[in-house]
Ligand binder design. Structure first.
Ligand SMILES: Nc1ncnc2c1ncn2[C@@H]1O[C@H](COP(=O)(O)OP(=O)(O)OP(=O)(O)O)[C@@H](O)[C@H]1O
Length: 218
């Protein structure tokens, strides 16, 4: 995977160079408003003046961003999914019967899964998820988490970076944690996640302490 960098002079992010390996499953945590979405945009090559990234990126935005006047089938066809592949792709995300529905006919959870299908359509090297569980009821959130875990198993070379506010999401999905904080924001923690409960509890306490430090005046 190529190196990612943030140049000096960025309005909210400190200069940094980030290495992401194939198959990395990273959860990106940090206080609200720190710049987590901005960092994802940077990684996706969406900031003004950035060149196209040298890898395929699937980006699940906070909103589904499907075209509301097109069916799911057409939304997928427009990103290059062949006629034959629409049904299998929708089946992968549990929407086998939804090809002819419009985005407005979907629940929030279904729309997010449809958007996830569109991300997968580009066969991404890097999957970016921006708060995928936000606003879902606990049952739907657990279902989506299970689906994402399954997809990560099916695509072992794909790297994932998932923004979340819940340390528990990291426990379920990640093998690595980034903690972004400060102004300008930088990665104050980048480490492997050992999901044994003792280590995990220690990590959660450490991230909480980093959050308190970041929030306290200098
Ligand atoms: N180019 C820019 N110039 C100035 N400010 C910016 C720029 N890009 C983003 N911001 C501001 O930086 C802040 C951080 O935004 P961002 O959405 O990335 O944070 P976040 O950590 O994802 O927040 P949340 O957890 O609440 O979703 C916001 O107030 C945003 O308006």
């Amino acid at each position: 995977m190529p190196e990612f960098s943030v140049p000096a002079g960025h309005p909210i992010l400190a200069p940094m160079t980030l290495q992401v390996a194939r198959g990395d499953h990273i959860c990106l945590l940090g206080p609200s408003g720190t710049g987590k979405t901005t960092l994802l945009n940077r990684l996706a090559g969406l900031e003004p003046g950035q060149p196209r990234p040298a890898l395929r990126v699937g980006y699940l935005f906070q909103e589904h961003r499907l075209l509301p006047w097109r069916t799911l089938r057409d939304n997928l066809r427009l990103v290059g999914v062949s006629r034959d592949q629409v049904a299998p792709l929708l089946a992968r995300v549990g929407l086998a019967d939804a090809a002819d529905l419009y985005p407005d006919q979907l629940s929030l959870g279904m729309a997010r899964r449809a958007a996830l299908a569109r991300c997968l359509a580009v066969r991404p090297d890097l999957l970016l998820l921006d708060e995928p569980f936000a606003s879902l009821d606990p049952q739907r959130a657990v279902e989506l988490q299970g689906l994402i875990r399954e997809l990560l198993k099916q695509f072992p070379d794909m790297a994932m970076i998932c923004v979340t506010h819940e340390v528990r999401d990291a426990e379920a999905l990640a093998n690595r944690i980034w903690y972004l904080a400060g102004r300008p924001a930088c990665l104050q923690f980048d480490g492997a996640l050992d999901s044994t409960s003792a280590c995990f509890a220690g990590l959660a306490r450490r991230l909480e302490a980093l959050g308190r430090e970041a929030a306290s005046p200098a």
